[in-house]
Write a protein that binds this ligand. Structure first.
Ligand SMILES: *[C@@H]1O[C@H](CO)[C@@H](O)[C@H](O)[C@H]1NC(C)=O
Ligand SMILES: *[C@@H]1O[C@H](CO)[C@@H](O)[C@H](O)[C@H]1NC(C)=O
Length: 329
Protein backbone atom coordinates (compact mmCIF):
# COMPACT_ATOMS: atom_id res chain seq x y z
CA UNK A 1 0.00 0.00 0.00
CA UNK A 2 1.28 3.43 -0.93
CA UNK A 3 1.49 5.79 1.99
CA UNK A 4 1.85 9.47 1.41
CA UNK A 5 3.25 11.59 4.16
CA UNK A 6 2.22 15.08 4.90
CA UNK A 7 3.50 17.45 7.45
CA UNK A 8 1.86 20.50 8.85
CA UNK A 9 4.20 23.36 9.17
CA UNK A 10 2.44 26.20 10.74
CA UNK A 11 5.94 27.30 11.59
CA UNK A 12 6.47 28.70 8.13
CA UNK A 13 4.17 31.56 8.99
CA UNK A 14 6.53 32.62 11.71
CA UNK A 15 9.54 32.29 9.46
CA UNK A 16 8.03 34.37 6.73
CA UNK A 17 7.06 37.10 9.12
CA UNK A 18 10.55 37.29 10.55
CA UNK A 19 12.14 37.30 7.12
CA UNK A 20 10.08 40.23 6.04
CA UNK A 21 10.66 42.08 9.30
CA UNK A 22 7.00 42.83 9.47
CA UNK A 23 7.18 41.87 13.09
CA UNK A 24 7.77 45.48 14.07
CA UNK A 25 4.07 45.99 13.45
CA UNK A 26 3.37 43.39 16.13
CA UNK A 27 2.62 44.98 19.48
CA UNK A 28 3.03 41.82 21.55
CA UNK A 29 4.92 38.82 20.23
CA UNK A 30 5.50 36.23 22.90
CA UNK A 31 8.31 33.73 22.51
CA UNK A 32 8.45 30.62 24.68
CA UNK A 33 11.61 28.75 25.50
CA UNK A 34 11.08 25.28 26.92
CA UNK A 35 14.55 23.87 27.67
CA UNK A 36 13.17 20.45 28.64
CA UNK A 37 12.31 19.62 25.01
CA UNK A 38 15.45 21.02 23.39
CA UNK A 39 18.06 18.33 22.68
CA UNK A 40 21.25 19.20 24.53
CA UNK A 41 23.48 18.30 21.57
CA UNK A 42 24.68 20.17 18.49
CA UNK A 43 23.30 21.38 16.10
CA UNK A 44 20.04 21.74 18.02
CA UNK A 45 21.28 23.64 21.04
CA UNK A 46 19.13 26.67 21.49
CA UNK A 47 19.52 29.41 24.03
CA UNK A 48 18.32 32.99 24.38
CA UNK A 49 21.57 33.97 22.60
CA UNK A 50 19.97 32.57 19.47
CA UNK A 51 16.81 34.60 19.87
CA UNK A 52 16.37 37.45 17.44
CA UNK A 53 15.30 40.21 19.84
CA UNK A 54 13.45 41.94 17.01
CA UNK A 55 11.17 38.95 16.80
CA UNK A 56 9.98 38.90 20.41
CA UNK A 57 8.53 41.55 22.69
CA UNK A 58 8.30 39.07 25.59
CA UNK A 59 10.28 35.93 26.29
CA UNK A 60 8.96 33.25 28.62
CA UNK A 61 11.30 30.76 30.19
CA UNK A 62 9.70 27.46 31.13
CA UNK A 63 9.56 26.35 33.90
CA UNK A 64 9.86 26.07 37.62
CA UNK A 65 7.58 23.67 39.47
CA UNK A 66 6.24 23.44 43.00
CA UNK A 67 7.67 21.88 46.11
CA UNK A 68 4.77 21.69 48.53
CA UNK A 69 3.35 25.20 48.59
CA UNK A 70 6.57 26.88 47.53
CA UNK A 71 8.22 27.14 44.18
CA UNK A 72 10.84 24.48 43.66
CA UNK A 73 14.02 26.51 43.87
CA UNK A 74 16.16 23.41 44.47
CA UNK A 75 15.12 21.82 41.15
CA UNK A 76 15.77 25.11 39.37
CA UNK A 77 19.32 25.28 40.67
CA UNK A 78 19.85 21.58 39.97
CA UNK A 79 19.01 22.21 36.31
CA UNK A 80 22.13 23.97 35.10
CA UNK A 81 20.54 24.76 31.76
CA UNK A 82 17.75 26.80 33.32
CA UNK A 83 20.17 28.86 35.39
CA UNK A 84 22.34 29.45 32.32
CA UNK A 85 19.36 30.38 30.18
CA UNK A 86 18.18 32.87 32.74
CA UNK A 87 21.66 34.48 32.65
CA UNK A 88 21.47 34.67 28.84
CA UNK A 89 18.09 36.34 29.11
CA UNK A 90 19.60 39.05 31.28
CA UNK A 91 22.25 39.67 28.59
CA UNK A 92 19.56 39.87 25.94
CA UNK A 93 17.75 42.52 27.97
CA UNK A 94 20.89 44.62 28.07
CA UNK A 95 20.88 44.56 24.27
CA UNK A 96 17.20 45.32 24.05
CA UNK A 97 15.98 47.09 27.20
CA UNK A 98 12.35 47.02 26.04
CA UNK A 99 12.33 43.23 26.05
CA UNK A 100 10.27 41.70 28.87
CA UNK A 101 10.99 38.32 30.38
CA UNK A 102 8.61 36.15 32.37
CA UNK A 103 9.19 33.01 34.36
CA UNK A 104 6.70 30.24 33.71
CA UNK A 105 5.63 28.58 36.93
CA UNK A 106 3.89 25.22 36.85
CA UNK A 107 3.41 22.72 34.08
CA UNK A 108 1.40 19.60 33.42
CA UNK A 109 0.47 16.78 35.78
CA UNK A 110 1.49 16.28 38.56
CA UNK A 111 1.98 20.04 39.07
CA UNK A 112 -1.77 20.67 38.55
CA UNK A 113 -2.59 18.62 41.64
CA UNK A 114 0.02 20.53 43.63
CA UNK A 115 -1.48 23.85 42.53
CA UNK A 116 -4.91 22.70 43.60
CA UNK A 117 -3.63 21.72 47.05
CA UNK A 118 -1.60 24.90 47.53
CA UNK A 119 -4.44 27.21 46.42
CA UNK A 120 -6.98 25.48 48.67
CA UNK A 121 -6.01 27.54 51.73
CA UNK A 122 -5.11 31.16 52.32
CA UNK A 123 -1.96 30.02 54.15
CA UNK A 124 -0.89 27.88 51.17
CA UNK A 125 -1.38 30.74 48.71
CA UNK A 126 0.55 33.11 50.95
CA UNK A 127 3.44 30.68 51.24
CA UNK A 128 3.50 30.31 47.46
CA UNK A 129 3.46 34.04 46.74
CA UNK A 130 6.06 34.75 49.41
CA UNK A 131 8.42 32.21 47.85
CA UNK A 132 7.70 33.42 44.33
CA UNK A 133 8.31 37.18 44.40
CA UNK A 134 11.86 37.20 45.84
CA UNK A 135 12.94 34.42 43.44
CA UNK A 136 11.54 36.13 40.35
CA UNK A 137 13.25 39.39 41.35
CA UNK A 138 16.53 37.69 42.12
CA UNK A 139 16.52 36.00 38.71
CA UNK A 140 15.81 39.31 36.96
CA UNK A 141 12.41 38.48 35.43
CA UNK A 142 9.79 41.13 34.72
CA UNK A 143 6.87 38.92 35.54
CA UNK A 144 5.27 35.57 36.25
CA UNK A 145 3.46 33.29 33.86
CA UNK A 146 1.20 30.89 35.72
CA UNK A 147 0.91 27.49 34.07
CA UNK A 148 -1.78 25.75 36.14
CA UNK A 149 -3.30 23.33 33.61
CA UNK A 150 -6.14 23.37 34.51
CA UNK A 151 -8.28 24.15 37.57
CA UNK A 152 -10.39 21.07 38.50
CA UNK A 153 -8.53 18.75 36.12
CA UNK A 154 -5.47 16.48 36.29
CA UNK A 155 -5.82 15.72 39.98
CA UNK A 156 -7.46 19.03 40.94
CA UNK A 157 -10.50 19.43 43.19
CA UNK A 158 -14.07 20.78 42.86
CA UNK A 159 -13.20 24.03 44.69
CA UNK A 160 -10.47 24.96 42.18
CA UNK A 161 -12.65 27.34 40.18
CA UNK A 162 -13.03 29.61 43.24
CA UNK A 163 -9.53 29.14 44.67
CA UNK A 164 -8.02 29.89 41.26
CA UNK A 165 -9.60 33.36 41.39
CA UNK A 166 -8.37 33.78 44.99
CA UNK A 167 -4.83 32.88 43.95
CA UNK A 168 -4.76 35.22 40.95
CA UNK A 169 -6.28 38.05 42.97
CA UNK A 170 -3.81 37.63 45.82
CA UNK A 171 -0.86 37.41 43.43
CA UNK A 172 -1.92 40.65 41.73
CA UNK A 173 -2.45 42.37 45.08
CA UNK A 174 0.95 41.28 46.38
CA UNK A 175 2.67 42.27 43.12
CA UNK A 176 1.14 45.71 43.55
CA UNK A 177 2.17 45.97 47.18
CA UNK A 178 5.71 44.81 46.47
CA UNK A 179 6.05 47.26 43.64
CA UNK A 180 4.85 50.29 45.56
CA UNK A 181 6.67 49.45 48.78
CA UNK A 182 9.99 48.84 47.00
CA UNK A 183 9.61 51.44 44.27
CA UNK A 184 10.03 48.84 41.50
CA UNK A 185 8.05 48.32 38.33
CA UNK A 186 5.16 45.97 39.06
CA UNK A 187 5.70 42.35 38.07
CA UNK A 188 3.52 41.29 35.15
CA UNK A 189 1.09 38.42 35.52
CA UNK A 190 0.02 36.16 32.69
CA UNK A 191 -1.68 32.76 32.74
CA UNK A 192 -2.09 29.82 30.38
CA UNK A 193 -5.69 28.99 29.56
CA UNK A 194 -7.54 26.42 27.43
CA UNK A 195 -9.16 27.06 24.09
CA UNK A 196 -12.41 25.08 24.38
CA UNK A 197 -15.59 26.67 25.71
CA UNK A 198 -16.14 23.57 27.87
CA UNK A 199 -12.69 23.98 29.38
CA UNK A 200 -13.30 27.67 30.07
CA UNK A 201 -16.66 27.10 31.74
CA UNK A 202 -15.49 24.25 33.89
CA UNK A 203 -12.42 25.91 35.41
CA UNK A 204 -12.65 29.68 35.02
CA UNK A 205 -14.78 32.49 36.38
CA UNK A 206 -13.64 34.80 33.61
CA UNK A 207 -15.13 38.11 34.78
CA UNK A 208 -13.62 37.56 38.22
CA UNK A 209 -10.04 36.68 37.28
CA UNK A 210 -9.79 38.81 34.11
CA UNK A 211 -9.35 42.03 36.03
CA UNK A 212 -6.25 40.77 37.87
CA UNK A 213 -4.20 39.41 34.96
CA UNK A 214 -2.23 41.48 32.46
CA UNK A 215 -2.73 38.90 29.75
CA UNK A 216 -3.84 35.36 29.03
CA UNK A 217 -2.02 32.91 26.75
CA UNK A 218 -4.61 30.83 24.96
CA UNK A 219 -3.54 27.34 23.96
CA UNK A 220 -5.07 27.83 20.55
CA UNK A 221 -3.21 25.03 18.86
CA UNK A 222 -3.79 21.34 18.29
CA UNK A 223 -7.37 21.84 17.14
CA UNK A 224 -6.43 18.97 14.83
CA UNK A 225 -3.43 16.86 14.23
CA UNK A 226 -3.36 13.90 16.56
CA UNK A 227 -3.06 10.45 15.16
CA UNK A 228 -6.29 8.78 14.05
CA UNK A 229 -8.15 12.04 13.78
CA UNK A 230 -9.24 13.52 10.47
CA UNK A 231 -6.75 15.75 8.70
CA UNK A 232 -7.05 19.36 9.75
CA UNK A 233 -4.86 22.34 10.45
CA UNK A 234 -3.23 22.57 13.90
CA UNK A 235 -4.08 26.26 14.42
CA UNK A 236 -6.80 27.24 11.93
CA UNK A 237 -7.73 30.92 12.03
CA UNK A 238 -11.14 30.06 10.63
CA UNK A 239 -13.01 26.92 9.57
CA UNK A 240 -16.52 25.68 8.87
CA UNK A 241 -16.67 23.39 11.93
CA UNK A 242 -16.32 26.15 14.55
CA UNK A 243 -13.03 24.67 15.81
CA UNK A 244 -10.78 27.63 15.15
CA UNK A 245 -8.97 30.57 16.72
CA UNK A 246 -11.64 33.09 15.73
CA UNK A 247 -14.30 31.15 17.63
CA UNK A 248 -12.03 30.66 20.64
CA UNK A 249 -11.43 34.41 20.89
CA UNK A 250 -15.18 34.98 20.71
CA UNK A 251 -15.75 32.43 23.47
CA UNK A 252 -13.32 34.21 25.77
CA UNK A 253 -14.67 37.64 24.92
CA UNK A 254 -18.31 36.55 25.44
CA UNK A 255 -17.36 35.46 28.95
CA UNK A 256 -15.78 38.80 29.84
CA UNK A 257 -12.11 38.67 28.83
CA UNK A 258 -11.07 42.06 27.35
CA UNK A 259 -9.60 41.73 23.86
CA UNK A 260 -6.32 43.55 24.63
CA UNK A 261 -5.47 40.92 27.25
CA UNK A 262 -5.64 37.95 24.89
CA UNK A 263 -2.60 36.32 23.28
CA UNK A 264 -3.15 33.54 20.79
CA UNK A 265 -0.81 30.60 20.48
CA UNK A 266 0.30 29.46 17.06
CA UNK A 267 1.99 26.09 16.71
CA UNK A 268 5.63 26.19 15.66
CA UNK A 269 5.67 22.40 15.71
CA UNK A 270 4.35 19.96 13.18
CA UNK A 271 2.76 16.55 12.87
CA UNK A 272 3.96 13.98 10.45
CA UNK A 273 1.02 12.03 9.16
CA UNK A 274 0.34 9.39 6.55
CA UNK A 275 -2.73 8.83 4.44
CA UNK A 276 -3.58 5.84 2.22
CA UNK A 277 -2.88 7.68 -1.00
CA UNK A 278 -1.96 11.10 -2.27
CA UNK A 279 -5.55 11.73 -3.36
CA UNK A 280 -6.52 11.44 0.32
CA UNK A 281 -4.65 14.59 1.28
CA UNK A 282 -7.65 16.70 2.04
CA UNK A 283 -9.34 18.18 5.07
CA UNK A 284 -11.45 15.63 6.92
CA UNK A 285 -9.73 12.59 5.42
CA UNK A 286 -8.64 9.99 7.93
CA UNK A 287 -5.03 9.63 8.91
CA UNK A 288 -3.35 6.24 8.75
CA UNK A 289 -0.63 6.83 11.27
CA UNK A 290 1.77 9.42 12.60
CA UNK A 291 5.35 8.51 11.83
CA UNK A 292 8.13 9.22 14.25
CA UNK A 293 11.35 11.02 13.61
CA UNK A 294 14.32 10.39 15.84
CA UNK A 295 15.40 12.46 18.86
CA UNK A 296 11.93 13.30 19.91
CA UNK A 297 10.42 12.66 23.30
CA UNK A 298 7.01 14.05 22.46
CA UNK A 299 5.57 10.98 20.80
CA UNK A 300 5.03 9.47 17.42
CA UNK A 301 4.46 11.85 14.58
CA UNK A 302 5.27 14.94 16.61
CA UNK A 303 7.91 17.25 15.15
CA UNK A 304 9.56 20.03 17.01
CA UNK A 305 10.58 23.10 15.05
CA UNK A 306 14.17 22.05 14.39
CA UNK A 307 12.86 18.83 12.87
CA UNK A 308 10.63 20.83 10.56
CA UNK A 309 13.71 22.80 9.50
CA UNK A 310 15.61 19.55 8.90
CA UNK A 311 12.90 18.26 6.59
CA UNK A 312 12.98 21.51 4.64
CA UNK A 313 16.75 21.23 4.35
CA UNK A 314 16.43 17.69 3.09
CA UNK A 315 14.35 18.97 0.22
CA UNK A 316 10.77 18.80 1.49
CA UNK A 317 8.61 20.84 -0.82
CA UNK A 318 6.22 23.26 0.79
CA UNK A 319 2.82 23.57 -0.76
CA UNK A 320 -0.46 25.21 0.09
CA UNK A 321 -2.59 23.14 -2.28
CA UNK A 322 -4.87 21.31 -1.94
CA UNK A 323 -5.29 22.17 1.73
CA UNK A 324 -4.96 25.95 1.47
CA UNK A 325 -2.46 25.94 4.28
CA UNK A 326 1.30 25.31 4.20
CA UNK A 327 2.48 21.74 4.52
CA UNK A 328 5.26 19.53 3.22
CA UNK A 329 4.54 16.53 1.02
C1 LIG B 1 4.02 44.41 51.20
O1 LIG B 1 5.34 44.31 50.66
C2 LIG B 1 6.36 44.46 51.65
C3 LIG B 1 7.71 44.50 50.91
O2 LIG B 1 7.80 43.52 49.91
C4 LIG B 1 6.27 43.33 52.68
O3 LIG B 1 7.27 43.47 53.66
C5 LIG B 1 4.87 43.33 53.31
O4 LIG B 1 4.73 42.21 54.14
C6 LIG B 1 3.79 43.32 52.24
N1 LIG B 1 2.47 43.53 52.84
C7 LIG B 1 1.51 42.63 52.76
C8 LIG B 1 0.22 43.01 53.38
O5 LIG B 1 1.66 41.52 52.24
C1 LIG C 1 -18.18 34.42 39.29
O1 LIG C 1 -18.04 34.82 40.61
C2 LIG C 1 -19.03 35.76 41.05
C3 LIG C 1 -18.65 36.25 42.45
O2 LIG C 1 -18.39 35.17 43.29
C4 LIG C 1 -20.39 35.08 40.97
O3 LIG C 1 -21.39 36.01 41.34
C5 LIG C 1 -20.64 34.60 39.56
O4 LIG C 1 -21.83 33.86 39.50
C6 LIG C 1 -19.50 33.69 39.09
N1 LIG C 1 -19.67 33.39 37.67
C7 LIG C 1 -19.39 32.20 37.14
C8 LIG C 1 -19.59 32.08 35.68
O5 LIG C 1 -19.02 31.24 37.81
Amino acid sequence: MFHRQILWIVATFLLRISEQRRISACRRCMCFIEPAIIPPSKPYIFSPQHVDPDLCSHIFLSNVGLDGNKINIASWHADKRLAKLSEHLKDLKLKKPKLKTLLTVGGVFPVSALFSKMAATGAGRKEFINSLIPFVREQGFDGVDLDWLYPKLHGGGPADKETYVDLIKEMATEFENESSSRGLKKLMLSVWVPRSSGGIDSGYNVTEFARYVDMINIMSFVYNGFMNSPIGHASPLDSSDGQNIKQTLRDWEDRGMPRPKMNIGIAAFGYRLSTKSSSDIKIGESIVIGTALTSNSRGQGFLTYYQVCLLLKQGGSVTGAPLLTPHII
